[in-house]
Write a protein that binds this ligand. Structure first.
Ligand SMILES: C[S@@+](CC[C@H](N)C(=O)[O-])C[C@H]1O[C@@H](n2cnc3c(N)ncnc32)[C@H](O)[C@@H]1O
Length: 188
């Protein structure tokens, strides 16, 4: 996973909000250009698992909220935002993306690494078919969200977008179609 996370994190700067902070797997990858992290994570287990990474982090991390759909941050108050493998799980991910857009300053960047619907019709068919089951067994995770379209629908300009399948002997295509990139909140 690190090889997928690193290039996405490389563009992080300034005051950053991370939605779905989880156990803090991104913490060791924040570049020195990040000044402060506002972490949003509903799971107490996640926050507990993150504690050691947060304690060792050279970048100050503060838990500021529990829900990416309702960010406790002012309009245009952060320089960057980050989401890794989280838009699949947030119940109303469109609303979370609009919140991210609201809190980013004009010119601010949203960095994302997510999995979602595949452009291959056979794979997508399986993703739609398996989605209900996946949600039940994997804490609400959706397999078939069109991540790039959702990011654009929130108002962002997608500046960079890459797609890959996750590689690994135990990762079948329906679980591993990645969307990674950078979206910008244009000014005006
Ligand atoms: C698959 S985990 C990814 C965790 C982490 N971002 C990573 O890359 O390892 C999805 C995360 O989204 C969080 N999450 C679920 N609902 C959320 C919400 N409404 N707002 C913010 N995060 C949420 C979960 O608690 C979980 O930590």
């Amino acid at each position: 996973m690190r090889r997928h996370r690193e290039p996405v994190l490389a563009g992080a700067t300034g005051d950053l909000v991370e939605i779905g902070f989880g156990s803090g797997l991104n913490v060791p990858l924040y570049p020195p250009s990040v000044r402060r992290v506002h972490a949003v994570e509903p799971s107490s287990v996640g926050r507990r698992l993150a504690a050691k990474r947060v304690a060792r982090s050279p970048v100050p991390v503060e838990f500021v909220g529990l829900d990416g759909q309702d960010l406790p941050l002012g309009d245009e108050s952060v320089d960057a935002a980050l989401s890794t493998f989280t838009l699949c799980t947030i119940p109303d991910a469109g609303r979370a993306l609009r919140e991210v857009y609201r809190v980013l300053r004009p010119g601010g960047r949203f960095l994302f690494l997510e999995h979602g619907v595949s452009p291959e019709p056979d794979v997508a068919r399986w993703q739609h078919r398996m989605n209900g089951f996946q949600q039940r067994i994997a804490a609400g995770c959706n397999l078939d969200r069109p991540i790039d379209r959702m990011v654009r629908d929130a108002g962002f300009d997608v500046e960079q977008l890459g797609n890959d399948y996750l590689k690994g002997p135990r990762i079948a295509k329906p679980w591993g179609y990645l969307y990674h990139g950078v979206a910008v909140k244009l000014s005006g």
